[in-house]
Design a protein around this ligand. Structure first.
Ligand code: HSE
Length: 433
């Protein structure tokens, strides 16, 4: 058997230790599959003394990840530090410049610098693999780049953040608060170092931008994505949605139109019988429509130590086998410039939650404003006040038929301005994807 493929890992957190686990436990299996042993020879992390459940004493230790990236002791640099700038970016650039293959789980880095890094890798004839950057353990990068190479893909969407899906699922199933479930997701190693990236929708946007590039052959562009997170979703919204036959999911959606690409991230009501509505907890789902294959859906664990490490190790085996191909499916220099699709009104229903003043004419006034904007109502829920209780306001929930987004925005502004509601109306898209 040939020489071992020598791996240097920068970042020994949740995913890094998962990689150590797999390489150790499956040493023989991996050597057989890769055609040569895989050996971790060097590491870099923040604190040397921390107990990670592995004996690292035989490995070269580098305090500086850039020194590890350039080290003569490694063939593959595995970047698991995260962040779109700083040590992650500098060390990946250094590794590529030094002619090392790179494996990374860093979606922010690829979303912001993917094209430049791909050009650097392709110029050096080395591989830059990033399966773990999108949807954790789901092999969606490989699916798009290799398995679906015979298709023109025009639409891709999915649940791309395990933390958000975990939060929304637990809130729905256990009636727990947003903050309580977020703390649990952090403890389980699902969330980013700064969980605002998760709940604010940015992590989903990074992943979506990468998928868009692979699917449509365009340069990665995260700056134009309209992003809305799940922070404003209340337990009440989740319960109302359930009562009306829907679940709330944070979706990333990319569609190739004639005039350009539409990318967006937003909480969405999906009918309970739609395929992604069954994807719960830390699971992610990606639905891809190819012109010859039709629709296909991939589902699996989107975050966590071992699922994400599984994707990293798959990438390493690919390198050991010499499975070379362009980073984004076509050479980086040939990726088309990203063109944003002209803003088009969303033709779909909306969930609207209002806290109305409980007085005669309030509902009629709201109905009139909606009618003026040609918004048609599909269903309404108004919870009454118990007879032994008095309240000044009452929740008023409605689902609209297909409506243009600007009409909804205009109607909500008018309802607020006319003083019919307390607080702000909450509006969530409905998608029948
Ligand atoms: N924080 C991410 C998530 C981890 O929750 O999905 C995987 O990218």
């Amino acid at each position: 058997m040939t020489n071992a493929l020598r791996l240097g890992i920068a970042g020994l957190g949740t995913v890094g230790t998962g990689v150590l686990d797999i390489v150790k436990r499956h040493a023989a299996l991996l050597a057989a599959r890769a055609g040569r042993p895989l050996q971790v020879t060097a590491v870099s992390a923040r604190s040397k003394g921390k107990d990670r459940g592995h004996d690292l004493s035989a490995l070269a230790w580098h305090d500086d990840p850039v020194a590890l990236a350039k080290s003569a002791d490694i063939d593959v640099f595995i970047e698991l530090m995260g962040g779109d700038s700083g040590p992650a970016k500098v060390s990946v650039e250094a590794a590529l410049a030094a002619g090392k293959h790179v494996v990374t789980a860093n979606k922010a880095l690829l979303a912001h610098h993917g094209v430049a890094l791909a050009k650097a890798a392709e110029a050096k004839g080395v591989m830059l693999n990033f399966e773990a950057a999108v949807a954790g353990g789901i092999p969606v990068i490989k699916t798009l780049r290799e398995g679906l190479a015979g298709n023109d893909v025009r639409r891709i969407f999915g649940i791309l953040n395990g933390t958000c899906n975990y939060i929304l699922t637990k809130m729905a199933d256990e009636g727990r608060s947003f903050a309580d479930v977020l703390a649990e997701a952090q403890k389980l190693g699902y969330a980013e170092a700064d969980p605002t990236f998760d709940v604010g929708g940015f992590d989903t946007a990074h992943k979506l931008a990468i998928l868009t590039s692979l699917a449509f052959g365009t340069q990665v562009n995260v700056d134009k994505i309209a992003i809305e997170g799940i922070e404003a979703i209340t337990l009440e919204d989740i319960r109302n949605a359930a009562e009306l036959g829907y679940k709330i999911k944070l979706l990333g959606v990319a569609v190739a139109h004639e005039g350009g690409v539409e990318q967006r991230v937003n909480p969405t009501l999906v009918p309970k019988n739609s395929p992604v509505s069954e994807t719960d907890g830390v699971f992610n789902a990606v639905v891809i429509r190819g012109d010859f294959v039709g629709d296909l859906m991939l589902e699996g664990r989107g975050a966590g130590s071992h699922p994400t490490a599984s994707a990293v190790v798959g990438d390493v085996v690919d390198i050991a086998r010499g499975n070379a191909r362009p980073v984004f499916g076509i050479p980086a220099k040939d990726l088309k410039p990203y063109v944003q699709a002209p803003q088009k009104a969303h033709e779909g229903g909306y969930y609207v939650a209002l806290q109305l003043h409980d007085k005669p004419g309030a509902v009629a006034a709201v109905a009139r404003i909606l009618a003026d904007e040609k918004i048609s109502i599909e269903s309404i829920v108004q919870r009454g006040t118990a007879s032994n209780e008095t309240r000044d306001t009452a929740p008023f929930i409605l689902i609209t038929h297909n409506t243009l987004e600007p009409s909804i925005r205009k109607a909500m502004a008018k309802i607020e301005k006319d003083g019919h509601v307390v607080g702000h109306p909450r509006v969530i898209r409905i998608e029948r994807l």
